[in-house]
Design a protein around this ligand. Structure first.
Ligand code: NAD
Ligand code: ZN
Length: 369
């Protein structure tokens, strides 16, 4: 049977359901969480080709009326203002009303875009997340952040719009390219480092998860969602200045800088940038005298074992120090030239530090080549 994990928010609590084969029985699973058996599905063309028919059958079997099945092109470029506008026009043209739920079937791109459209169309429609990438199952589908990219940067327009229910069907991960699976696993490793016991599990079982082992994937998704749900419930709108949701940025100050330098052209996946960021965050923690000197090797050994890059030198391209430092200075919440990082005293002991001396970060990056 699927596992049900409550996300106890102050407004409406919801459940993350984790299991194999959920798409085929989606209607019965989501109906209790919705005001009516009416939906509009949003997907991307690749995912729709693989999994939309199963979902449509699974919904119709439970008496759902599907007002529309809309698709956008796969890829980050679909998180655009123009796709957002087209999507809302298409939803309204399909005759949706305020009881019609928007169902996102896809990775983080579809979830963020469809969620923002659900937050905006008719001032807010019920929303269902059916994440189909590991990244979306362990991270983006839980927490209520939705949005699109602007020319000024990623995720700069958006809304908090919590789903009524999340269905994480681990079976759909079998069609996911293995590089995407590994990239999503970087967020599992991040959650492991934040949580502690999950890190030990990662070191022992992570390789099974990235090899597609069903039980390992189920555990990775369930425990990741458990950690993320707890963090999100304690700080729903990322208002806690330290701790709270900010901790989820472990590895992301470095990761975002590397990703931005690569230009979001698919040459580096988000999770690959995060993996390098986790290794660098561990190294920075040692430099600051916060954790045991062996932690970076442990982190890098595990990430390498699951086929993720863990150091800048693991990437084919080189970066200039000045460019990476400039990116990190732009990465919000900087005070008096100091940088903000999530650092580790050890697995399960993360905290934010917003007065990191940039000279130490430069020295670290220089030593990494
Ligand atoms: P994605 O949605 O682009 O999916 C990656 C690729 O995998 C796409 O080509 C897609 O078509 C394909 N795909 C998806 N599911 C598949 C399946 N089951 N089988 C075969 N192919 C499949 O990328 P992603 O990594 O899932 O998400 C990245 C996005 O998530 C970014 O835009 C990022 O900003 C966002 N994000 C949001 C949050 C949040 O809290 N809202 C958190 C983290 C990331
Ligand atoms: Zn991330």
């Amino acid at each position: 049977p699927p596992a049900r994990l409550p996300v106890p928010l102050s407004g409406r609590a919801y459940e993350v359901v984790v299991g194999d084969g959920l798409l085929a029985r989606a209607g019965g699973l989501i109906a209790p969480a919705l005001p009516a058996r009416r939906v509009a599905i949003v997907s991307d063309a690749s995912v729709a080709g693989l999994h939309l028919p199963t979902l449509e059958v699974g919904l119709r079997e439970a008496g759902f009326e599907i007002r529309a099945s809309l698709t956008v092109p796969p890829g980050e470029a679909s998180k655009s203002f123009s796709q957002f506008g087209t999507l809302m026009e298409d939803l309204l043209a399909a005759g949706i009303d305020r009881q019609t739920a928007v169902v996102a079937l896809g990775g983080g791109v579809v979830g963020d875009l469809a969620g923002y459209a659900a937050a905006s169309a008719l001032r807010g429609l019920p929303f269902v997340q059916i994440p189909t990438t590991l990244l979306a199952q362990v991270d983006s589908s839980v927490g209520g952040k939705t949005g699109i990219n602007l020319r000024a940067g990623k995720n700069l327009a958006g809304a908090f719009h919590q789903p009524r229910i999340v269905l994480a069907d681990t079976g759909v991960l079998s069609t996911l390219p293995s590089r995407e699976l590994r990239a999503g696993y970087a967020e599992v490793a991040k959650h492991g480092l934040l949580q502690g016991a999950l890190w030990d599990w990662c070191e022992a079982n992570g390789a099974k998860a990235v090899a597609g082992d069903a039980a390992a994937l189920r555990h990775a998704v369930l425990e990741s969602c458990r950690l993320k749900a707890a963090v999100v419930a304690a700080d729903e709108r990322e208002e806690s200045p330290e701790g709270g949701r900010a901790l989820l940025n472990l590895g992301h100050t470095f990761g975002h800088a590397i990703e931005a330098e690569c230009g979001y052209d698919g040459s580096l996946l988000h999770g690959e940038g995060v993996a390098i960021g986790l290794g660098l965050a561990a190294r920075l923690s040692v430099i600051l005298g916060l954790c045991e000197a062996t932690l970076p090797e442990r982190v890098e050994a595990h990430l390498s074992a699951v086929g993720l890059p863990a150091r800048l030198s693991h990437l084919p391209r080189r970066f200039t120090l000045a460019a990476l430092m400039a990116r990190m200075r732009k990465d919000k919440k900087v005070r008096d030239g100091a940088l903000r990082f999530v650092l580790l005293r050890g697995p399960g002991q993360a905290f934010t530090k917003d007065d990191v001396d940039p000279a130490l970060v430069e020295a670290l990056l220089r030593s990494e080549g």
